[in-house]
Design a protein around this ligand. Structure first.
Ligand SMILES: [Zn+2]
Length: 437
């Protein structure tokens, strides 16, 4: 993290000096669309540093609102999260966001931000426009039209976060600072400090990951987000497919993270989206986060599952995100096994369309079969943090079998074996029909 933060700091220090030295020009002279503006973006061969550069907005039709058909930039606001799954807010409310207040000067037809918040909003608009255009090619036409039907996403830059769990204000540790707020079709890009950390609003890998959650919600769940009702716990316990179960299952939200990582790779070529999303002040946590690159293979199912007896057995990866990483790594490994290069954007898009097509029928195929009855805690809508060797394998198996059934045969056999290798007993043998050639 350190080199990136230094590069950012020096780039910004230089730019702020430039901005204060430049003469003040009226704001009314910007012509467009397209609009030319200064944004923060990843640079360098590895893409691990951020610098200011000139960008262009082609789809924005109202520059003062930074509004385009696909997105709308908003400022601040308060997000009250009532149920959080990592960086997905399943229920809660997002209020008090406002139209952006932009401060910039126009120099030679280019909008140059005069303060940090304007720079972030310019950068967010630029990155959303770029990522949304790339995303289009990585989706099936049906998934794309579902996304289009849902309309413009709200991108809220710098929201205030508040958690309220079961109606009580709670001091909950937020361990990510970019969010997809499913009920409102909104994204939050929080900013802890202007200079300490790579800016999320400028990070296409983070934005593509967050949009990946929107893809999962449309392609897997048909755009529907059900709510688990704790008052129905007694009935829920008797129904394998009770309303809201899918939203509560640790496995499904873990696989959702994996799909989001895949989408981030497919659209940007980046292999470590989570590194930028996680709040990484704790050196121990950083260590875990650093081991999440999609081309690594440093943990398997047996390293992430904790038996009751040895609760601290293995710290290589913790919780549902690791299930997602196993899934995303299996997809990337299959992609490479088929002879595709990591930096081949067209090949990534082609493979991604197969992934999204498989995901589109997965829930319906899962529902053709029974799931084991839910545990009482799940029926009461209580979230579990740790992966369970008892409860999770049948759900992983049901998902993966249904997903593989929707994958072209040649891909399915390769992918099945990659999944088998990483998920081990987490992908039980009775669900591995597609592994046979
Ligand atoms: Zn996520």
């Amino acid at each position: 993290m350190a080199p990136r933060a230094w590069a950012l700091t020096s780039a910004l220090a230089g730019s702020l000096a430039l901005l204060s030295a430049s003469g003040c020009v009226s704001q009314g002279e910007l012509l467009g669309p397209p609009y030319e503006l200064v944004v923060l973006d990843r640079v360098g061969a590895s893409g691990d540093e951020f610098e200011l550069r000139r960008g262009r907005l082609s789809t924005v039709d109202d520059f003062d609102q930074l509004a385009a058909p696909g997105f709308r930039i908003r400022q601040a606001g308060v997000l009250t999260a009532e149920e959080l799954h990592g960086d997905m807010v399943v229920s809660g409310s997002f209020e008090g966001d406002t139209a952006p207040t932009l401060r910039y000067v126009v120099e030679n037809g280019v909008a140059v931000p005069r303060d940090y918040s304007t720079l972030l909003m310019f950068s967010a608009a630029y990155q959303f426009e770029t990522v949304l255009a790339g995303l289009r090619a990585a989706l099936t036409p049906s998934a794309q039209s579902l996304m289009d039907e849902r309309g413009a996403v709200d991108v809220i830059v710098g929201p205030v976060m508040r958690a309220r769990i079961k109606g009580v204000e709670a001091s909950v540790r937020m361990d990510t600072n970019a969010f997809f707020f499913a009920p409102g079709w909104q994204f939050g890009l929080a900013q802890s400090s202007s200079l300490e950390k790579a800016p999320l609003a400028a990070d296409s890998r983070v934005i593509a990951h967050e949009l990946g959650h929107a893809v999962f919600q449309t392609a897997f769940a048909g755009g529907v987000s059900e709510t688990c009702d704790a008052e129905q716990a007694a009935q829920n316990e008797q129904q394998p497919w009770f309303e809201g179960r899918i939203e509560e299952e640790l496995v499904i939200s873990g696989l959702n993270e994996g799909l989001a990582d895949w989408i981030s790779f497919a659209v940007t070529g980046g292999l470590d989206p989570i590194t930028s999303i996680a709040v990484g002040q704790d050196p121990d946590l950083d260590q875990n986060v650093a081991e999440r690159a999609l081309t690594d293979d440093n943990f398997r199912w047996s390293n992430i599952v904790k038996e009751a007896a040895d609760a601290s057995a293995d710290e290589r990866c913790d919780g549902k995100y690791c299930i997602g990483t196993l899934f995303a790594r299996s997809l990337v490994a299959t992609y490479r096994e088929q002879g595709n290069e990591l930096d081949d954007a067209e090949a990534r898009e082609r493979f991604s369309r197969e992934v999204v097509a498989a995901l589109e029928g997965t829930l319906a195929r899962m529902k053709e079969r029974e799931l084991p009855l839910p545990r009482p805690e799940l029926a009461r809508c209580e979230l579990r943090d740790e992966v369970s060797s008892e409860q999770d394998p049948p759900v992983i198996g049901a998902f993966l079998r249904a997903f593989l059934e929707g994958t072209p045969d040649d891909t399915a056999a390769l992918l099945c074996r990659q999944l088998e290798e990483r998920f081990e007993e987490g992908f039980p043998a009775e669900f591995r029909e597609e592994c046979e050639p």
